[in-house]
Design a protein around this ligand. Structure first.
Ligand code: TGC
Ligand code: FAD
Length: 383
């Protein structure tokens, strides 16, 4: 049972609880049994993608175009259940929904929405998102990928790095600068001439997730593939949704680590009595329990404010920064309580710990969110 010290459950509607329970059962039955194998092999459970679609996980908050139109709170609860299993699986869903479908739903034409969203909601068409470049991801304003006009077409050139889902994707949302130096978004068909996709295999974190690097050499883009937004608010709006999902997701990973450590400490007795009876172990468990409770409340209140359309981006930064950072600390504490077993695949904590190192970095590093909040408080940008 997930820790629920401040009765999060009592704050949820019947429908929200039902959806959470549906995803919980799916995770236990279909994802958990093979996740360690996939992590070790560096493979994604692709066979389950159509199932993600049927469960409403892809583009969950988008209304119409074959998407479920669920509330942000429901979406958050779904991400918590998925990341209880693995951050890399949640990443697939975040990228497809928040980073590939959301910009089409928000900035796309009717033709673009009708063409892409219904298939993406079913998982028949996979998307990825290219904002980060090899020379640095924290400052997307410094991107060098560019588009120049060629008649009514555009020619796209440059390099993007770390595109999650890239090697199994059909389309990429690519952010590039136009001739006026303004950032625009393009829906790029990955079958086009001039695109090279390289898989980034050598990573010890988020191993079920396919990271890629993409090179674009004068790729010809038709005008109907351009999104209707100009400036960095385009990609940053997508990040708001993905960062929100992460703030819930990592609560699931933290709960999984806590429950594993609690069970272990009650059932192992190196000094003739359970580990859980020692004060130092109890102190660690209490820290984990307390931080999980605080993270649940932060994510819950953020969800309700997103549903009311009242959220400001620094609030999302606080939830992403705090919840990931605390989940990472909780995973480290659990790893410690598990002793040597904590570095084996017999337990899930070690995998969560490795994954959370990535989650702390992507979607804005912990310190970038600290700087966003610093600017919000002081009015001074310290980037
Ligand atoms: P700044 O000058 O502050 O703003 C530029 C324009 O953007 C607007 N804006 C936002 N709009 C919507 N939501 C937000 N959160 C926004 N933040 C800023 C702003 O109003 C302005 O609009 P306008 O109309 O005046 O032009 O931007 P800056 O260039 O100084 O950047 C600030 C900074 C450092 C905070 C930003 O660059 C940043 O967030 N950096 C972190 C980059 C990042 O998070 N990258 C993530 C890449 S994608 C990824 O990691 C996917 S992981 C896979 C998964 O999720 O599973
Ligand atoms: P850098 O920007 O080089 O920063 C390095 C360090 O310096 C960090 O600790 C940072 O906090 C610190 N730093 C940077 N600037 C400052 C400053 N002004 N003041 C103080 N400290 C600073 N990107 C995408 O576009 N699409 C994806 O799908 C995607 N998926 C990813 C999947 C994985 C597995 C990973 C690891 C990354 C992914 N990313 C993706 C990229 C991710 O968003 C970037 O890694 C992240 O934004 C940080 O950029 P960077 O790694 O280049 O670090």
């Amino acid at each position: 049972m997930s820790p629920d010290f401040f009765s999060l459950d009592s704050l949820l509607s019947k429908e929200e609880k039902a959806t959470q329970s549906l995803i919980n059962k799916f995770v236990t039955k279909s994802l958990m049994p093979t996740i360690n194998e996939h992590f070790q092999a560096g493979t994604f459970p692709k066979d389950l993608i159509p199932e993600f679609g049927k469960l409403g996980l892809l583009g969950a908050t988008i209304k119409g175009y074959g998407c479920p139109g669920l509330s942000y709170t429901t979406y958050g609860l779904m991400m918590k259940e998925i990341e209880r299993c693995d951050s890399g699986v949640r990443s697939f869903i975040s990228v497809q929904g928040a980073l590939a479908m959301y910009p089409i739903a928000t900035f796309g034409t009717e033709e673009q929405k009708n063409k892409y969203l219904p298939k993406m909601a079913k998982g028949e068409l996979i998307g990825c998102f290219g904002l980060t470049e090899p020379e640095g991801g924290s400052n997307p304003g410094a991107m060098t990928t560019k588009v120049i006009k060629d008649g009514s077409d555009y020619l796209l050139s440059g390099k993007k790095r770390w595109l999650t889902n890239g090697s199994i994707a059909d389309i990429a949302i690519i952010w590039a600068k136009n001739e006026d130096g303004k950032v625009i978004g393009l829906i790029v068909d990955l079958g086009l001439k001039g695109i090279t996709v390289k898989k980034l295999d050598a990573k010890f974190s988020l191993r079920v997730s396919y990271g890629t690097e993409m090179q674009f050499d004068n790729v010809r883009i038709k005008p109907e593939q351009v999104l209707g937004v100009i400036g960095l608010k385009g990609p940053f709006s997508c990040l708001n949704i993905a960062r929100y999902g992460i703030s819930w997701g990592v609560v699931g990973a933290a709960e999984a680590c806590y429950l594993e450590a609690l069970d272990y400490s009650l059932n192992r007795s190196p000094f003739g009595k359970p580990l859980a009876s020692h004060q130092l172990i109890q102190a660690k468990l209490v820290t984990m329990f307390t931080e999980i409770t605080k993270a649940q409340m932060l994510a819950y209140h953020l969800g309700r404010s997103m549903d009311q359309g009242q959220t400001i981006p620094p609030q999302i930064s606080m939830a992403k920064m705090n919840n990931v950072s605390e989940a990472l600390k909780i995973a480290r504490l659990s790893r410690d309580i598990l002793g040597a077993n904590g570095v084996t695949y017999d337990y899930h904590t070690g995998r969560h710990l490795m994954n959370l190192e990535t989650v702390n970095t992507y979607e804005g590093t912990e310190d970038i969110h600290r700087l966003i909040l610093g600017q919000h408080i002081t009015g001074i940008s310290a980037y």
